[in-house]
Design a protein around this ligand. Sequence first.
Ligand code: ZN
Ligand code: ZN
Ligand code: ZN
Length: 111
Amino acid sequence: MLRGIQRDVCAHCECPIVDPTVQVVHGALTYCCANCSEASEATGSGSDPKALRHGEDALRCAHCGVPIVHEQTMEARGDDAFCCSNCAAMADSMAEHGAGAMGGPGGSARA
Ligand SMILES: [Zn+2]
Ligand SMILES: [Zn+2]
Ligand SMILES: [Zn+2]
């Protein structure tokens, strides 16, 4: 069932939340995933002992650029990594809009 009144978007990267299984809700704010939640909160209370600090080795979402600290929600598309399936879906839909109508299913190879 769709709650079709208003599509939620991530409060951090403004990605439409199409996959609610990875979203994180903090009060009035909804994030597409735990990565965006942590990235947004990192500026405030940086007291999470679980926060992984890989520095410049950290993967970043190819869509919104958030550091990927939760590999459970990470999605990969070829060589690109996304923080979650929402950002991956955004990238997919953008690719569809940009690539005309010749794209077949499963065409993951890009030149
Ligand atoms: Zn996000
Ligand atoms: Zn995300
Ligand atoms: Zn992202």
